[in-house]
Design a protein around this ligand. Structure first.
Ligand SMILES: [Zn+2]
Length: 321
């Protein structure tokens, strides 16, 4: 996958090591915001020293848990220290006129984010796209019974109203049966489907079907506002479902045997003293990879699963894509 997709990268240069470290945090915060908007839950880990970017001081990575319990790395931020500055003599002149080595970072994200999005939200009917990412946000399916011209004209008016409110909307006037259209647009992951037939028009409503299965009649009056609210609720619903899955997939374990069992289907949170030797033994005996130390979390003391030494250290372990 890495070979066939393009990367979106940033490369930054700083006067001090601390400023570069702050930039790594900025990168992780931006990626977090990005995945939150896509309603995709993620883990943030500091990769173990043997798995960091070659030459980097440290690597912070974002992983998404896929439906089969394996993880997909979807973003990384590297603190490069002055490693490359030394090699390429990248210096700056400070206020005292001295030449100093710069500190650098680089961070990136790739189209793997699309793979994560598809896998995390998709269901047996097909794609489930969050509102912000859906090329078509609303599809209108006319139910052509009775006065067909009337139905079509109401649908066209609706399409105009929603489009002028900034929604990406399509009117499906193809010759397929309504059932086939429903199936098609569900498969494409369109968040909101509106069915409009003579009976709906009579009652002054549309029949709304949300991609998460919620179905209800919604008054045509104030439809734009109602749909915005439904889109928000849908976003919350798919995020909640994804979060619950991600939460259930991570289990705290105490021993190598437990870690081995847990990583067969999900992510294990394993007590680790931080020693490289213990880390290598963990990977070997568990038969899974160390994602690294969970970031922005604190833990109580526990015995290292390998050497038994007490520490507050933990590492995520998983099978990786
Ligand atoms: Zn240990």
């Amino acid at each position: 996958l890495r070979e066939i997709t393009s990367s979106k990268e940033a490369h930054t240069v700083h006067a001090t090591w601390e400023e570069a470290a702050e930039q790594v945090e900025v990168a992780i915060a931006r990626y977090s915001e990005f995945y939150n908007r896509l309603a995709v839950p993620f883990l943030v880990s500091k990769r173990p020293s043997w798995d960091k970017f070659p030459g980097a001081d440290y690597t912070t990575a974002i992983d998404v848990i896929m439906p089969d319990g394996k993880t997909l790395q979807v973003g990384t931020a590297h603190h490069l220290g002055s490693t490359f500055a030394k090699t390429y003599e990248i210096t700056y002149e400070d206020e005292n006129g001295e030449q100093k080595l710069v500190s650098q970072t680089c961070y990136g994200i790739s189209e793997r984010c699309i793979a994560a999005l598809i896998s995390v939200h998709g269901d047996d009917k097909g794609l489930v796209l969050p509102w912000v990412a859906a090329p078509t946000q609303v599809v209108i399916v006319p139910i052509l019974l009775g006065d067909k011209e009337k139905v079509l004209s109401v649908c066209r008016d609706l399409q105009k109203t929603l489009a002028s409110a900034g929604m990406r909307v399509q009117l499906d006037t193809s010759d397929e049966r309504p059932g086939a259209k429903f199936y098609k647009w569900e498969m494409k992951g369109v968040p909101l489907r509106l069915e409009v037939g003579p009976r709906d028009i009579e009652k002054g409503v549309v029949t709304l079907a949300r991609r998460d299965g919620v179905k209800k009649a919604v008054p045509m009056e104030g439809l734009v506002e109602s749909l915005r609210k439904e889109a928000e609720e849908l976003q919350s619903a798919i995020f909640a479902r994804a979060r619950q899955f991600a939460k259930d997939e991570v289990k705290e374990v105490a021993t190598i045997a437990e870690a081995k069992k847990q990583t067969e289907t999900g992510v294990a949170l394993v007590p680790w003293c931080g020693e490289v030797d213990c880390g290598h033994q963990l990977e070997e005996q568990v038969g899974a990879n160390m994602l690294g130390e969970p970031q922005y979390q604190t833990f109580t003391e526990a015995a290292c699963a390998v050497c038994g030494k007490k520490s507050t250290g933990r590492t995520y372990m998983a099978r990786q894509y």
